[in-house]
Design a protein around this ligand. Sequence first.
Ligand SMILES: [Zn+2]
Length: 382
Amino acid sequence: MLFSEIIGQEETKDKLRKFVETGKIPHAILFHGKEGVGKLPLAVAFAQYLCCQHRENGDACGKCPSCQQIAKLSHPDVHFVFPFTKSSKQNTCSCLMPEWRENFTSQNGYFTFDQWSNVLGDKKLTIYTSEGSEIIHKLSLNSYESEYRIMIIWQADKMEIECANRLLKTLEEPNSKTIFLLVSEHPELMLTTILSRTQQIVVPTLSNDDLKSALQKNFSVESEQDADEIVRISNGSYTALLENIKNENENNENFDFFVQIMRTAYTIVQRLPNFNLWTLRDWAETAGKKGAAEQIQFLQYAQRMLRESFMFNFHHNELNYLSQKENEFVERFAPFIHEKNIYELMDEFAVAEEHIRRNVNSKMVFFDLACKIMVLIKKARE
Ligand SMILES: [Zn+2]
């Protein structure tokens, strides 16, 4: 990972470069700050910068053997410690290096503790006491290729107390060629004796400008307004931004799908020239092909849209939680939703949701739902 690949954080990068330039490299650095600001990427980029054989223009070269090994997280002198769950097959982090590498590389270093928990399929991850012995063992080996041996400890506050004590011992007798890079969102949970032996670097939240340029570089967003809104609700966190983009995409898909069935029902009820019963079946078939989680998400989204449309009739704008696009649709759709059909419509979507959860054939569930929507929309016109 190069400094240039990291979003923003120019001041922090300068601080790290300065350590190398002046030769005053702390033997333990703690990167702390909010989730998603780039603490782990900074630690990895710093390790790469330290080990690079041809540093240039304030960054690692990205080409030398050392850089290439770090890019694959397989440098023999750069070790990783992270929370995991012990089992008979896995006693130490080393057993999970393939998963760790894959996860780090696919997300370019920007991922949350929750995402890592999902990868491992467990929420209660820990850095065990035995990892402390493992750290000491790894550091007792001679360095293979670089001048330094580097130990990157991600989520350092997740260390068991005994592990922390063992680490403390190592920090008390520092070896000039060993560098600890600790990463934490909750340093207040760490031993003060450890904190006092580290150089603390506060990694600030990202600026809206930095987030916006990262967004525009990596994703296509419909409008400038949408981009600004996503950036605003991400509060300076790149992982929050990634999550919000994912939600936005899902929301757009759900919106299109909702509009499609309501338009179809309306066209059929009104017997408009483009009236076609087959479209109901096509819609149900498409819905049936989605995964259960997606189907449930859509059904919940539809219930929200129905509720918002009903409320729209009372002009309670302060109760409105709609995007601009949704709002424009609801304006035209609201007259079809009122006390004659809202409760039944909501019920039908809730029943469909329940059926999907119980693994009822989803094409049938959606076809049945589509027919009932048609009947209930018709009811509104009578
Ligand atoms: Zn290099």
